[in-house]
Design a binder for this molecule. Structure first.
Ligand SMILES: [Zn+2]
Length: 266
């Protein structure tokens, strides 16, 4: 008799535990998408940079009998999936550690320009492309993280296809070919809209053939950080995902490796 009587009591305890674990109103994400490329020997860096270096320690079983692994790494700030801090192209602007967290977390909108970029690898995303998203969604690009989906990420980590050249060194920079944000569109975003930050699935927010990097300059003058080499944008809806983009907090960094994820509610 006593065993039977205790069963409802036990399930009540379990219900209480479950209620404690998940507060009313808290909805865990349905799915989490990793928008980050891994850092390893194949990670794509600018032609003038050496790649990611993992300097292995003495990994293995120690004299005392326990297993121990610890390495060192060396890398340029700007390479792989990373953030450009405003100071990267504008004096007296925020370093990585000074970027407000509000700019790194928020709703992501995905502007799909993959068709145009498939035809033209030097395509520059214009005001028209941004306005098209606004018309389709009947809202303005305000208080959002804008992610530019060029489709170029499918070439990662093939340097020849992703950068336009597998060559390295200063001469290779002139041979870079990949899409980017047009300087006029950057100007329009900072003057007529108010976005948290911007990201792209190419090596740079300016297109590969850029000489003056004017999109960088305009965005950073207004303290809008840029995420570059963002992965997996084809897995996101055009609106509604929550992005969390947390760089390594390098105090005086002009950029930093970035772990960026998107949380989807359905
Ligand atoms: Zn950068």
């Amino acid at each position: 008799m006593q065993r039977i009587a205790s069963l409802p009591a036990l399930s009540l305890v379990l219900c209480t535990l479950a209620a404690t674990a998940q507060q009313p109103g808290h909805r865990p994400p349905h799915r989490i998408v990793d928008l980050t490329h891994p850092f390893n020997q194949r990670t794509v860096y600018w032609p003038t940079e050496t790649g990611f270096q993992l300097l292995r320690g003495n990994n293995g079983v120690t004299e005392k009998g326990y297993y121990y692994a610890a390495n060192r790494f060396a890398a340029a700030e700007h390479g792989g999936t990373h953030v450009d801090a405003p100071i990267h192209f504008y004096a007296n602007r925020q370093t990585v550690a000074q970027i407000p967290l509000q700019r790194l977390v928020g709703e992501a909108v995905v502007v799909d320009v993959s068709k145009a970029c498939a035809k033209d690898r030097d395509y520059q995303i214009g005001v028209g492309d941004l306005r098209r998203w606004e018309e389709q969604h009947e809202r303005q690009l305000v208080d959002v993280i804008v992610l530019l989906y060029t489709g170029h990420g499918r070439h990662w980590p093939n340097r020849e296809r992703y950068l336009g050249t597998a060559e390295t060194g200063p001469e290779a920079v002139a041979k870079l070919h990949f899409p980017g944000l047009a300087p006029e569109a950057a100007k329009w975003l900072v003057e007529h809209r108010s976005i948290k930050s911007i990201g792209i699935d190419t090596p740079s927010i300016d297109y590969g053939q850029s000489q003056q990097f004017n999109s960088h300059v305009t965005l950073f003058q207004h303290n809008v950080p840029a995420f570059e080499n963002v992965a997996n944008l084809h897995l996101l809806p055009t609106a509604g995902a929550t992005v969390v983009a947390l760089p390594m907090k390098i105090g005086e960094g002009s950029g930093a490796p970035l772990r960026i994820i998107a949380m989807l509610s359905e």
